[in-house]
Write a protein that binds this ligand. Structure first.
Ligand code: B12
Ligand code: SF4
Length: 491
């Protein structure tokens, strides 16, 4: 039996990190020990100076107590810096333990990741099989350098293995091990407990990594895979018995992709459970029949990405291929059938200027979703749009530092300054919710907000803390905006 410490190096408050919990249950099912370290608990404490100090100390204590043979990190690009800092602690405290980085970042940037001296192994693509094979090889004393899906570095030499075929029968995977989470994490506002009923999304949006993944897995089996309804229900039964959630949410990228499957799922769900659920999909995968099915099936909230209110940016740049009319129809139908809506939006996109930011504000103003998310575009590697933006020199600040990411602007946009993007992101909801008569006041407040210094580690802790305080205040005041009387914390 081998011991693995699994690390979730991100900050999320609204969902549970299913990917690493899937790995945990897979390794336990294979007879190994797994423990979990969740960085979310150490979210931003600017007054304490070095933001990583407290978490590094806690992490070192966990290493001492658990003494893992392997430490596994689930790495998104924005979480790279934290992952590397903690992997460095492993190297200092327990140099014999192997650090393995899995998740989307090592999948899209394998060379850069394996080059990092603190990384011994990377996993590209799905990790359940690769991780259990690694632990079993270590346990049996056999060579682990040739395990499919892994790149292994030993004495500076890297063995690169091909990606593993996608797990086709995803029913065969043990359910994610939620017991590893702090119970408070299982009561996410609005999202309750989240789960996946499928894997994969077949669309080619230019800012998303799906197309890269589809290419990577070409010839390795179906990309979009569904669990059987029985298997999903068995997980829900377990969730209800153990955690008694008031809500469920499905993290599937496009929950309404397969209409027949959706119909059967909803018909059976509502007969069996009284718990409302949330899901997300694309506006063009929604019609009256779908919304009716969802409503009757127990869905009370649906997230849909608008991304941009400007049709040229949405379609020619982002490759969404969804008309404005379709977006309006989807949100209107949801409202008509009494399903609350959330919209995802981005600003700072290629070809964007202030007028297109206003197109996005105006479309949201017209639709009045119950929840609005506005983020500033980030050029991710492994995406068509991201690679182009990176080549064009768009990255002003590192993309790999979540400490900075959530309150700073990382891009250098050709026409919109970082301050402008920061201001519009902060006040996006205010423009959407409040009357145009109040716009002069909002403009003034936004302008003041834009004067806040950009954050960096050299800023004195007190200033960083004050800055954070103001950002949080602006964020939290959204709850008093005239929407349909409810507010959800989403950061
Ligand atoms: C659900 C989801 C979320 C959820 C939960 C994320 C989480 N679990 O941490 C929420 C909504 C919170 C979220 C937030 C964000 N997300 Co998100 N998210 C997704 C989404 C749609 C699905 C991920 C998922 O659960 N897939 C299903 C699981 C089973 O698959 P998986 O994650 O790939 O995990 C498998 C393998 O990667 C591997 N693996 C993963 N970890 C490990 C660890 C080890 C040790 C091993 C061996 C293997 C391994 O094994 C897993 C099981 O097979 C993906 C899209 C996608 N195609 O992946 C985007 C995606 C991962 N998100 C993305 C982004 C940008 C974000 C945000 C930064 C968005 C924002 N503006 O705030 C935040 C960052 C949050 C944070 N952690 O700090 C990007 C990441 C880009 C990048 N290069 O990092 C993606 C790829 C979407 C995109 N733009 O293309 N996200
Ligand atoms: S629909 Fe969403 S998950 Fe699917 S490719 Fe487009 S952005 Fe990615």
């Amino acid at each position: 039996m081998k011991s693995v410490l699994l690390v979730y190096p991100g900050y999320i408050v609204r969902e549970q990190p299913l990917n690493i919990l899937y790995i945990a249950s897979a390794v336990k099912a294979a007879g190994h020990r797994a423990a979990f370290f969740d960085v979310t608990a150490f979210r931003k404490r600017p007054l304490r100076g070095d933001p990583f100090r407290v978490m590094k100390e806690a992490f070192a204590a966990t290493l001492d107590a658990f003494k893992p043979d392997v430490v596994g990190f689930s790495v998104m690009s924005v979480n790279y810096k934290i992952s590397a800092a903690l992997a460095g602690v492993v190297k200092e405290k327990q140099p014999d333990a192997l650090n393995i980085f899995g998740g989307i970042h090592p999948t899209i940037a394998p060379e850069d990741t394996i080059r990092d001296p603190v990384v011994d192994i990377i996993c590209r693509g799905e990790g359940e099989g690769a991780m259990t094979e690694l632990l079993s090889a270590l346990d049996g004393g056999s060579d682990y350098a040739k395990i499919p899906g892994l790149w292994v570095k030993r004495n500076g030499v890297v063995t690169q293995n091909a990606v593993r075929p996608l797990v086709q029968d995803i029913d065969s995977l043990p359910f994610p091990d939620r017991d590893l989470l702090d119970p408070a994490r299982l009561q996410a506002e609005l999202y309750g407990i989240n789960m996946l009923s499928s894997r994969g999304c077949p669309f080619p949006c230019s800012y998303c990594q799906n197309e890269f993944l589809m290419d990577l897995y070409k010839g390795q089996g179906r990309f979009v895979r569904y669990r059987t309804i029985e298997n999903v229900f068995a997980e829900i039964d377990e969730i209800i018995a153990k955690y008694k959630p008031s809500r469920l949410s499905f993290s599937d990228e496009s929950f309404t992709l397969n209409k027949n499957h959706l119909k059967e799922f909803c018909e059976r769900y509502v007969r069996r459970y009284a718990i409302p659920f949330l899901c997300q999909t694309r506006p063009d995968l929604v019609d009256e029949d779908t919304i009716k099915t969802l409503k009757e099936g127990g869905c009370d909230f649906i997230n849909m990405a608008i991304e941009s209110g400007n049709p040229k940016i949405r379609n020619a740049i982002l490759q969404r291929n969804i008309s404005t009319e379709k977006v309006i129809e989807a949100f209107t139908l949801a409202r008509r059938f009494g399903i609350r809506t959330g919209s995802f939006n981005m600003i700072g996109l290629p070809e964007e200027d202030l007028s297109t930011v206003w197109d996005t504000i105006r479309l949201n103003k017209q639709l009045q979703p119950d929840r609005i998310m506005c983020t500033v575009y980030m050029p991710f590697r492994g995406t068509k749009l991201g690679e182009d933006s990176l080549k064009a020199g768009w990255l002003e600040h590192p993309i790999d530092d979540a400490e900075i990411y959530y309150t700073n602007i990382t891009i250098k946009h050709p026409t919109l300054s970082g301050r402008t993007l920061f201001g519009y992101q902060g006040f996006f909801d205010y423009y959407v919710r409040l009357s145009t008569k109040l716009f002069p006041v909002i403009h003034g407040l936004r302008w003041l907000y834009q004067l806040l210094p950009r954050t960096n580690y050299k800023l004195p802790p007190l200033i960083r803390a004050a800055r954070e305080g103001i950002i949080n205040f602006v964020y939290n005041m959204k709850r008093f905006l005239p929407s349909r009387g409810f507010f959800m914390k989403t950061r």
